[in-house]
Design a protein around this ligand. Structure first.
Ligand SMILES: [Zn+2]
Length: 68
């Protein structure tokens, strides 16, 4: 278990390398959004962009959705 070092885009906290968000923010996402973001296929980059856009627009984590 490594020390979180990178800034979390969803809060002032820190996230682990290789994760999009810190543990607290990740748990705040809807379950289907988490499942989609966990999938690593050719649309993974698109989903990450959707997440980043939602965060930039200050969308509450609880209602953020990404493409299937
Ligand atoms: Zn966070």
């Amino acid at each position: 278990m490594s020390t979180p070092t990178l800034p979390c885009p969803g809060c002032p906290g820190r996230r682990n390398h290789g994760q999009y968000l810190c543990r607290t923010c990740w748990r705040s996402l809807p379950a289907d959004t988490r499942g989609r973001l966990t999938r690593r296929d050719k649309r993974a980059v698109l989903r990450l962009q959707q997440l980043q856009q939602a965060l930039a627009a200050r969308t509450p984590l609880q209602i953020i959705r990404v493409s299937p």
